[in-house]
Design a protein around this ligand. Structure first.
Ligand code: ADP
Ligand code: MG
Length: 235
């Protein structure tokens, strides 16, 4: 199914919103990474998404899957360390799930594929104090909200963001056992994981964009031609 102009606009706006947010949170993410890592997570994510924006300028008629794939390949080539391959590889791999368009079903498949790739690449599971701690509850909540509770994708996404936020908070008391933070051992306890935090920021921006677009559609419906045109009546 070809990507509609609205889907494409929403997707590109979501990516833009993520880039703006990560730029604004650069020093916050750097502070988190300086406590338990090497103080580069803010710069890594900001650099990566600024490069994504440049790439997307050349893709104004691309399909949804292609746009998300570009996000992935750009992050892989621009962001080093752990985050580049984890974020980039997952966007790239999961983009396949959007080949037939953006639907409730395809976004669940996307979310599952994304998490699967992070787990495959990084070897982390819940409790290791990584982005997996934020992603897992978000993905599980999104899937359950859609498949079992029959909620709209927007409501499901809002619930997923709440679950993700709790996942980020859950990282604070944990001792890191994966990634650079694990070198600190017990000294990592009491600090919030930077990658879990950037995952939350990204999901918050996707939700905000989805809300903006849904509000726009509702307004359009409200002003759609239910009121007869005065000129037409006179004829
Ligand atoms: P680096 O650790 O190479 O400096 P970043 O600072 O950009 O890379 O990213 C650090 C974040 O990457 C961590 O906060 C954590 O969430 C995530 N991370 C690190 N290792 C793993 C892993 N093996 N699996 C999942 N996430 C990981
Ligand atoms: Mg780092």
């Amino acid at each position: 199914m070809p990507t509609s102009d609205t889907e494409r606009d929403a997707l590109v706006d979501a990516v833009r919103a993520i880039a703006v947010r990560l730029e604004a949170e650069k020093s916050h993410l750097t502070d988190l990474d300086s406590a338990i890592g090497d103080a580069d997570h803010g710069a890594n994510m900001d650099r990566g998404f600024q490069a994504v924006l440049e790439q997307l300028e050349r893709k104004d008629d691309a399909e949804a899957a292609d746009i998300v794939k570009t996000v992935g390949t750009t992050l892989i080539s621009e962001v080093g360390g752990a985050a580049g391959p984890l974020y980039g590889g997952s966007f790239m791999y999961a983009s396949e799930e959007l080949q037939d368009g953006i639907t409730a079903e395809s976004t669940v498949a996307f979310a599952e594929a994304y998490l699967e790739k992070v787990e495959d690449r990084g070897g982390a599971t819940v409790g290791n104090k990584t982005m997996v701690d934020a992603l897992t509850p978000a993905v599980q909540t999104y899937k359950k909200s859609i498949e079992q509770d029959d909620l709209s994708p927007l409501t499901a996404l809002a619930k997923a963001v709440d679950a993700c936020r709790r996942g980020v908070e859950f990282t604070v008391p944990l001792k890191a056992t994966k990634g650079r933070a694990s070198y600190l051992g017990w000294r990592s306890v009491g600090h919030q994981d930077p990658g879990a935090t950037s995952t939350l920021f990204m999901l918050e921006e996707i939700l905000q964009t989805a809300e903006d677009y849904t509000a726009g559609e509702t307004e359009q419906d409200a002003t759609s031609p239910t009121v007869p045109d005065a000129d037409a009546e006179e004829e």
